[in-house]
Design a binder for this molecule. Structure first.
Ligand SMILES: *Cc1c(COP(=O)(O)O)cnc(C)c1O
Length: 398
């Protein structure tokens, strides 16, 4: 408790973002991937509020350390440009991976943000850009087998003929694709098929544009960048791994086999709160909605100001524990919108206010995102991105 300064929120939980671990994870991916080529680039994915870690706090740490920033929404790209101009930092290369509307494309082009041509609708953009006197830097998304955005190789000549027609306002700088199941398997036969489709798509695209090659090809997210070296191309798009989390246990297993040594990914996030109240409930008392828990003896409980509104899943009811003073304190009864009640009978010596760790380490114990995600029947990706945007993110150095 003493180590928690008064600037931390009192009646709400907060997230601690460890800057040194973020930097160390970037280095881990750089050292794995630069084996491919010296001009190789490492990009990081800041979508989903930086996987719940907070877009601006994460940006403040990674900006300048990576070669490209990937986001899904045009709004996030504008947040990054605003951050740069406020802080006086040189603009980083940004690529909006998601869909872009015509008005947004004009604004993004004016801010020097790269965009993805991944669906129909871009063919009417030529005159709009010309009118505005702008050139859009675009990357073509090739659907190699995910069935989400992108063009199948066979559709490229017709669907993308406009890129040659309007070559004065479209600067096609690269091509990309995205894997469907690299995280789910330890044998990558489907991914290898996707690589072939991508190569073919790039050839068709070059022929359609009448160019010899594309300067930037990128395909691999965290998992493929580790376990599928031929997928690294010119740049990797690191999402989950940046935050120190493994895409799956299969990926970790494969990485052990493929790489000379396993990269030390360090989880960046801790989630903590102070107690709202610590008190005794007499034997026979019920706890929480539905009266699903009944104390069979006098029980010292801590009421914690965290609930499913904050992203603490209701599926953790009567299942999870938090850490108090390095000891496990079980969640009693149901997770509520803004509260949980935990048993601290053994965890504390008295009824003074306490610090609880929902994710992270406390003394000899630690609670991983994976453990909580497993209890909540989901994956680490979903758990972190559902952490409430309203929670305060505090950047720390360890
Ligand atoms: C989310 C995403 C990534 C990053 O995936 P991770 O598995 O989190 O590394 C990369 N590329 C695209 C297109 C994405 O949507």
């Amino acid at each position: 408790m003493d180590s928690v300064s008064l600037t931390y929120p009192k009646n709400s939980s907060w997230l601690e973002i460890d800057a040194s671990k973020l930097r160390s994870n970037i280095e881990a991916f750089r050292s794995v991937s630069t084996q491919s080529s010296p001009s190789f680039r490492v990009g990081t994915v800041l979508k989903g509020n930086a996987y719940g870690h907070g877009l601006v706090p994460t940006l403040a740490v990674v900006h300048g350390l990576v070669d490209v920033l990937y986001v899904i929404t045009p709004q996030d790209a504008l947040v990054i440009r605003a951050f740069e101009s406020t802080k006086g930092r040189p603009p980083c290369k940004i690529l909006v991976l998601g869909a872009t509307e015509p008005e947004e494309a004009v604004l993004l082009a004016s801010k020097g943000v790269d965009m993805v041509v991944g669906d129909t609708g871009w063919d009417r953009m030529g005159p709009v850009l010309r009118q505005a006197g702008l050139v859009a830097r675009v990357h073509v998304h090739i659907d190699s087998g995910l069935g989400r955005e992108g063009f199948a190789p066979a559709h490229i000549p017709q669907a993308l003929a406009f890129l040659k027609r309007d070559a004065d306002v479209f600067d096609v700088v690269g091509s990309l694709s995205h894997f469907a199941n690299t995280e789910d398997v330890t044998e990558q036969s489907y991914a290898l098929e996707q690589l072939q489709v991508f190569e073919r798509g790039c050839e068709v695209l070059c022929a359609t544009l009448g160019v010899a090659s594309l300067c930037e090809r990128h395909f691999a997210a965290s998992a493929a960048s580790l376990v599928l070296p031929p997928a690294r191309f010119d740049c990797v798009r690191i999402g989950l791994g940046l935050y120190g989390l493994w895409p799956s246990s299969e990926t970790r297993l494969s990485a052990k086999i493929v790489l000379p040594s396993l990269p030390a990914l360090k989880p960046v996030l801790s989630w903590r709160c102070r107690s709202q109240a610590v008190k005794w409930l007499p034997a026979g008392s019920y706890v929480g909605y539905g009266c699903t828990y009944r104390c069979d003896q006098d029980t010292r409980v801590a009421v914690l100001p965290v609930g499913y509104f904050d992203g603490y899943p209701r599926l953790l009811s009567s299942k999870a524990h938090v850490l108090v003073g390095g000891v496990r304190a079980p969640v009693l009864g149901r997770v509520m919108m803004n509260h949980i009640v935990v048993d601290v009978t053994r965890a504390t010596k008295d009824d003074s206010p306490l610090l609880a760790t929902l994710v992270g380490s406390d003394g000899p114990e630690s609670l991983s995102v994976e453990t909580l995600a497993g209890w909540a029947q989901t994956i680490n990706y979903e758990f972190v991105t559902r952490l409430g945007a309203h929670l305060q993110r505090i950047v720390i150095e360890t």
